[in-house]
Design a protein around this ligand. Structure first.
Ligand code: FES
Length: 103
């Protein structure tokens, strides 16, 4: 469970919304990125589907430092050598929280 407030930070007395939040799940060896696009959220495991390197988040995509694969923030392959989308998780939201279903 991630409080929606996690997406907000205060910079110089101004509230600024973050595009994503990283979380660690006990059963996963890689972080999960919760990315906000407009009013919807996507949760993707930051494990490259090519050979399993941890992905970087930046510039509105996930990129792999090992061989250059790129994925959209919805977890879809944009650029190989990876040919499979990222593992994503079901999400539900209410006014206060984001619920990520890990099973
Ligand atoms: Fe990510 Fe090869 S492990 S592109």
């Amino acid at each position: 469970i991630i409080p929606r407030a996690e997406f907000w930070k205060t910079v110089k007395n101004k509230k600024v919304e973050r595009p994503f939040v990283l979380v660690n799940a006990a059963d996963e060896e890689f972080p999960i990125c919760i990315y906000k696009n407009n009013d919807s959220y996507t949760a993707s495991l930051l494990k490259c589907t090519h050979r399993g390197c941890e992905l970087n988040v930046g510039g509105g995509i996930y990129s792999c430092p090992c061989h250059g694969s790129e994925f959209s923030t919805e977890g879809k392959v944009l650029e190989g050598p990876a040919d499979q989308d990222l593992k994503t998780y079901k999400i539900e939201t209410d006014n206060e929280n984001i619920y990520i279903y890990l099973f």
